[in-house]
Write a protein that binds this ligand. Structure first.
Ligand SMILES: NC(=O)c1ccc[n+]([C@@H]2O[C@H](COP(=O)([O-])OP(=O)(O)OC[C@H]3O[C@@H](n4cnc5c(N)ncnc54)[C@H](O)[C@@H]3O)[C@@H](O)[C@H]2O)c1
Length: 447
């Protein structure tokens, strides 16, 4: 099938590569010329396990093409994916300007029927807006060409995006059009062999399904963070509690890790956007608002713990930071807890020595002009001469470090662990002041 993908980011590039890997003929369109030129040279703009060989192979076979020429893209695919960003607007609602710009582009250049697939995460009602935009441009052009707008939200997880797309849990498709339904079946047939993963529904339900999924996951995280704060104040250990509740099959062990708040390009903006959608229809989304405010508070926690340890005086201190990405296996730092922490540290007069296995370039890009930041090549060198260590991301290489080296490198034996990687009692035995999240042994009252 001839497929065009608009927006070659985390979602678009992975989707394009996996569709090409099974034999579809895929053209990728982006407005970022630099990105497209690099992709043609084999330079992959993001870190995503397994993605590079997939892109290289499909590009070599001629099934994956890259262009900034939108007209060429519109002419190519009978299906046109829209996978551009939907960042928060000033008021937190999803900004649809990129999605609508692509709709306009498609309508401007189309000369044969097209199925437009909304892959971006978009509020309920967006498919109608896309359809209205396309219809109005076609009317201006004074042409009548058939088109349909389908909602096909993406559920991939960064860090496991390739395997998620190869073996999706489900493929949600919102359309009431029989023909589009058949095309979507054919498009995804290679990923649907083991059992039927396709879930068809109406467009608005598909749009809401994506927000519901992300808000549910964000709720689980904020719930655990709320309980972890209670555990701290009550002298209980959240890790024991986590095991205790996870063993209930109705609750389960997945996604109930306490931590230093959720980040990334999806949860924060999607919770916010659904809150704004609710506000727009005069509904008060009390639970979603709480999820957001618990997360906001949790993101201050690493700094609060460190600041309390140093009795509010961080001026001139150097803090080693392990992990900058919002989660392991990605270089994505959007809304990462590390950003919140580092900004607070700089404001308090401290310096940061940071290391991350994949996100150093991204950090350099974001904080190119920032004083008080040195990015170093190993986790060990981040410790040299530092007063304390803070762990923001649970990369596997941080799980069993050389504690003697940590102790001898730090001028104060202080570890603030945002991911509960270590055992508080062992840390105590080794002579560390250790602050986890919700650990009875390392209780610190919030300031
Ligand atoms: N990143 C994730 O884990 C994830 C998961 C599921 C869903 N989503 C959703 O998918 C969408 C895309 O997210 P992402 O993380 O891939 O974004 P991204 O920022 O990584 O990529 C978006 C790309 O779109 C390009 N673009 C913007 N306007 C364009 C235009 N008019 N024509 C062509 N290209 C254009 C940008 O240059 C950029 O390369 C968002 O709605 C997001 O919420 C993301």
């Amino acid at each position: 099938m001839k497929v065009t993908v608009f927006g070659i980011g985390y979602v678009g590039l992975v989707q394009a590569a996996i569709l090409a890997s099974v034999g579809h003929d895929v053209m990728c369109v982006d407005i970022d010329e630099n990105k497209i030129e690099n992709l043609k040279k084999g330079i992959i703009p993001i870190y995503e396990p397994g993605l590079t060989p997939l892109v290289e192979e499909a590009y070599k076979n001629g099934l994956l093409k890259f262009t900034i020429d939108a007209k060429q893209g519109v002419e190519h695919g009978t299906v046109q994916f829209v996978a551009v960003g939907t960042p928060p607007d000033e008021d937190g609602s999803a900004d649809l300007k990129y999605v609508l710009a692509v709709a306009e582009t498609i309508a401007t250049h189309m000369s044969a029927p097209r199925i437009i697939i909304d892959k971006s995460t978009v509020p309920v009602g967006t498919a109608d807006k896309v359809a209205a935009k396309v219809a109005s441009v076609l009317a201006e052009r004074n042409v009548e060409i058939e088109f349909d707008v389908v909602s096909n939200p993406e559920f991939l997880k960064e860090g496991a995006a390739v395997s998620d797309c190869m073996k999706p849990d489900r493929i949600v498709v919102g359309t009431e059009n029989e023909d589009s339904r058949e095309v979507m079946r054919e498009l995804y047939a290679p990923f649907n062999r083991n059992h039927d993963r396709m879930i068809f529904m109406d467009v608005r339900s598909a749009e809401l399904t994506k927000y519901a999924a992300n808000c549910m996951l964000a709720t689980k995280i904020s719930f655990m963070n709320e309980i972890s704060n209670l555990a701290e104040l009550l002298g209980a250990d959240i890790e024991a509690v986590r095991h205790g509740i996870g063993s209930d099959s109705r609750i389960g062990y997945q996604f109930i890790y306490p931590g230093c708040g959720y980040g990334g390009s999806c949860f924060p903006k999607d919770v916010q956007a659904l809150v704004r959608t609710a506000n727009g229809i005069d509904y008060k989304p009390a639970l979603l608002e709480a999820v957001e405010s618990v997360n906001y508070r949790q993101k201050q926690k690493l700094f609060t713990n460190l600041n309390n340890h140093f009795k509010g005086d961080l001026v001139g201190k150097t803090v080693a930071v392990w992990g900058l990405s919002f989660k392991p296996q990605t270089d994505d730092m959007r809304e990462a807890s590390s950003i919140e922490l580092m900004k607070s540290l700089w404001k308090a007069g401290a310096k940061v020595q940071a290391y991350d296995p994949e996100a150093m370039e991204e950090c350099q890009r974001i904080f190119a002009e920032q004083d008080g930041l040195s990015l170093v090549g190993t986790k060990e060198s981040a410790l040299k001469g530092a007063d304390a260590l803070v762990i923001c991301t649970e990369w596997s290489q941080f799980r069993a470090p050389d504690f003697d080296l940590i102790a001898s490198s730090l001028s104060n034996k202080v570890i603030v662990d945002g991911r509960n990687l270590y055992d508080p009692s062992l840390m105590k035995k080794r002579g560390f002041s250790y602050y986890g999240i919700g650990r009875g042994d390392s209780v610190i009252k919030q300031g």
